[in-house]
Design a protein around this ligand. Structure first.
Ligand SMILES: [Zn+2]
Length: 287
């Protein structure tokens, strides 16, 4: 599932290709995504120009002229790709078989310069929705979101205030989108390893020095992941089909039974399940 870094990578690649373009036509091939696509409202994008592209947590917001925003969430396997003169730009795509790929094209945006942006989603947990740009603040999914981990608002003071009474496992707290938004299972495992905190540790018992470490490594790891194009696990590819490389930098995620990468540590990475999610950690470094 794409987490914050992957959505940021998609945002950046979209920005480089479609900013200021005008929509000529929208073709909806399948309305049945996580939420049913409202054909009439998505067609209102016709003749509208793209003004900016933003990210809130794992949501992508494409802002058009006339106070219209296209909200998109990639769900598990959603992706955008670009087509120019009937050719997919760059071909290092998940599928080698083009017919199989095309089956999952759900919405096609055709721009005035004939460039096409295609929303493709195998498992259809993603969605596309139209909203008024000026009313985005009231959008229910955004109201309950905690701060973006890359913003200044996610800092020691905020963390301490919010965690002081939380008698829950630190891993569960970091996964909670109303505490901090955009983190998912992969990056939380990596952050706790770098911070040397056991995933079972109770949030309310964290020392100041631990909180500082978690805040610092959250930002560090996310920025590094963005720099490497995100992590390509299972289905993630950026907009032009290129794979991310951050998975090559993982310390613990998916490394069960392998030797810990810390200097002088001979322990093996353990895998346990916390709140139904696979959790990887070093029992020696993260006591
Ligand atoms: Zn270790």
């Amino acid at each position: 599932m794409p987490e914050l870094p992957e959505v940021e990578v998609v945002k950046k690649s979209l920005l480089s290709k479609i900013i200021k373009l005008k929509v000529k036509k929208v073709k909806v091939k399948n309305v049945n995504l996580r939420y049913k696509i409202d054909k009439k409202s998505i067609n209102s994008l016709k003749n509208k120009k793209i003004i900016s592209i933003k990210r809130i947590s794992k949501y992508l917001l494409i802002n058009f002229s006339n106070d219209i925003t296209l909200i998109s969430h990639l769900g598990m396997t959603g992706r955008f790709y670009i087509e120019e003169k009937k050719k997919i730009l760059k071909s290092s795509f998940y599928y080698n078989n083009l017919t199989k790929l095309r089956k999952h094209d759900h919405v096609v945006f055709i721009f005035n310069n004939r460039l096409k942006i295609i929303y493709n989603d195998i498992r259809k947990f993603g969605f596309l929705m139209i909203a008024k740009t000026s009313k985005l603040k009231n959008y229910t999914s955004f109201i309950k979101l905690g701060p973006d981990p890359l913003k200044n608002k996610f800092n020691f003071k905020y963390f301490k205030e919010k965690s002081i009474n939380k008698k829950i496992k630190i891993k569960d707290l970091l996964m909670n989108q109303s505490f901090v938004s955009g983190l998912g299972n992969i990056y939380v495992n990596e952050i706790l390893f770098k911070s040397k905190i056991n995933p079972y540790f109770l949030a309310s018992n964290l020392k100041d020095v631990d909180i500082k470490k978690i805040v610092k490594y959250t930002k560090n790891i996310l920025l590094k992941a963005i720099k490497h194009g995100g992590s390509s696990i299972k289905d993630f590819h950026s907009f032009d089909g290129a794979k991310g490389h951050y998975q090559e930098k993982f310390y613990v995620y998916g490394k069960t039974g392998l030797q810990c990468s810390s200097k002088d540590c001979k322990a093996l990475i353990s895998k346990v399940v916390i709140s139904q999610r696979a959790t990887f950690y070093c029992p020696n470094c993260q006591k």
